[in-house]
Design a protein around this ligand. Structure first.
Ligand code: PLP
Length: 419
């Protein structure tokens, strides 16, 4: 009873709700304050407020596919979940079948040959690996090069590991690629790894093998590991087929690459992924993870095998990119009609949109734009600075609703901009 009393009192004071927002009070490390998730929790708070006011909210903020995996994938998962031998720690059963299938898919899709034993590690979603990689291969005080803007876990993983980030601005004039020649010799010499993500979230930019080749030359010169995040490999548009950095001759000496089934096969709710590439880096991550988790739930591994097989056999499989390409075409066209010109992205499920001028002159700041758009029009978009300093003046719009809702969103945005 007394505990209940205390809880009620805290609830009244708003203490508990602020705890759930992650803005915490007691028992909270300083490290958590460096994770940079505050803008995302702010946006969720704005959304809750809008919904509480009875607003019909169209959420183009979240980066989660809105479609389920294929029927074969769901069947595999369901049947495997009923089998009695799937409830030990998965590590006991081994993840060799999943890794072998993933290795075959790497060969099928990219012509890259990986040794599943030494050059691959299974992940509970690629974010698991992204979160832990710095801890596995860096020491406190080390330096790592990160893209700005960038997917938030990159900087968060460094904060967790006590590693120092050096930001590489990604700007329009460079095709949103980092300017490798602008990085000082000193930084190159002391950096442990350099992270890139193409196709890029949130920028939707792509890189070709020429860029990866140049990057690996620098890596070799300075003995720096290259980490490439290829979460959007199956989401190229207009015939663009995103390459793997591991396609570059000799890449395994200096590169690792993250793969995820979340976006490619709509498996975000039963996530699984893998890291492939340099065996020392892969081995370090495997060693760390052996201390933390005991493998991905076996039915999820089996479902992943089915997804990769379907892609290789081209049965019942619609490439994730086709859906987002259709949505992109309709939505960008609708935005043009309301006077907001956005360049057609070549990949991913996001639009990286430079904010229009305000009707009464001057420029929006992206946080205010997002907040006002949500409050007045009920459309959620993410302020660009949630991904880093360089994101100011932009918002990220995710194409995660069907075409009809996207057109409705465009109309509401039009009315909002027109004031
Ligand atoms: C969604 C996403 C991931 C995470 O994928 P999971 O495999 O679900 O952890 C990784 N990187 C980027 C850039 C993403 O957008």
């Amino acid at each position: 009873m007394p505990r209940f009393g205390i809880a009620m009192k805290q609830m009244r004071n708003g203490f508990l709700s602020s705890q759930f927002d992650g803005n915490g009070g007691r028992w909270r490390s300083k490290r958590l304050g460096e994770l940079g998730s505050s803008i995302f929790s702010e946006v969720s708070q704005w959304k809750r407020e809008a919904m509480a006011n009875g607003m019909d909210v169209i959420d183009l903020g979240i980066g989660s596919p809105d479609k389920p995996p294929s029927e074969a994938v769901r069947k595999t998962l369901a049947e495997a979940a009923l089998r009695l031998d799937n409830y030990m720690y998965p590590a006991i059963k081994s993840d060799v079948p999943f890794k072998e299938t993933a290795a075959r898919w790497m060969d099928h899709r990219f012509g890259v040959k990986c040794d599943p034993g030494a050059e691959m590690v299974t992940l509970l979603g690629s974010q698991d690996g992204l979160a832990h990689l710095a801890m596995a291969i860096c020491d406190p005080g080390d330096i790592v090069l990160l893209p700005d803007p960038g997917y938030p876990i990159y900087a968060a993983s460094l904060a967790l590991a006590g590693v120092q980030p050096v930001m590489m601005p990604l700007r329009e004039e460079n095709g949103y690629l980092p300017n490798l020649d602008a990085i000082s010799e000193e930084v190159w010499r002391s950096a442990k790894f350099l992270l890139v993500n193409y196709p890029n979230n949130p920028l939707s930019a792509i890189a070709d093998l020429g860029f990866f080749h140049k990057l690996l030359k620098k890596a070799e010169l300075h003995d720096v590991l290259i980490v490439q995040d290829l979460a959007y490999s199956e989401m190229g548009f207009d015939g663009v087929v995103p390459p793997s950095i591991l396609q570059v001759e000799g890449a395994f000496r200096y590169a690792v690459e993250f793969h995820s089934l979340s976006k490619s096969f709509n498996m975000a709710g039963c996530r699984i992924g893998f890291l492939a590439g340099n065996r020392d880096a892969v081995g370090s991550l495997r060693e760390l993870k052996a201390n933390i988790d005991y493998g991905a739930f076996y039915p999820v591994q089996e479902a992943g095998i089915t997804a990769l097989r379907e892609a290789m056999e081209n049965t019942g499989y619609e490439r994730a990119g086709s859906l987002y390409e259709r949505r992109r075409n309709r939505f960008v066209e609708a935005l043009r009609r309301i006077g907001w010109e956005i360049e057609l992205p070549k990949a991913t499920m996001f639009l990286w949109a430079k904010l229009p001028e305000m009707k009464w002159g001057g420029n929006w700041d992206s946080r205010t734009f997002s907040q006002e758009l949500l409050r007045k029009a009920g459309v959620v978009v993410i302020p660009g600075e949630a991904f880093g300093q360089e994101g100011k003046g932009f918002v990220r719009i995710a194409l995660v609703e069907d075409e009809e809702r996207l057109l409705e969103a465009a109309e509401r945005i039009g009315a909002f901009i027109a004031g």
